[in-house]
Design a protein around this ligand. Sequence first.
Ligand code: IDP
Ligand code: MG
Length: 141
Amino acid sequence: MADVERTLFLIKPDAVERRLVGEIIARFERRGFDLRGLKLVRVREQQAAEHYVEHVGKPFYPELVEFITSGPVVAMVIEGLGAVAAVRSMMGATNPLDSAPGTIRGDYALDLGRNVVHGSDSPESAAREIAIFFTDAELTG
Ligand code: IDP
Ligand code: MG
């Protein structure tokens, strides 16, 4: 049996602008996950740098930070059995051209740099990333 896990999930500025927030959150609720944190935020440059620290120095890094700070983002903590891997599989592959239909990226995106959502890639990343976006007092549960 999988463990109950928490993962950090972001609905990126492109999806907020396209009014996809409700549809995306509904998928996780229907699947049976619980929301433990939820807010609309404008990501600050410093937060973006912490969040994407593994990508510092890559050619696409400046564009990545510029994009995630370009408009409001919905930040969520999703909790449930095997949440880290299950949320990643519901997101689809990083490049939307490789994302299976039925996944979030496979249904809503084409552009690698505008791929609609972020989800933590391991329980360790989840703990680190949740702390960038939420205080303990903001997480219910
Ligand atoms: P992930 O979001 O699926 O975890 P990561 O490899 O962690 O993918 O990359 C973070 C984000 O950086 C991706 O979601 C994507 O928007 C962007 N990205 C990744 N690789 C490239 C690239 O080669 N060119 C442009 N953008 C990229
Ligand atoms: Mg990643």
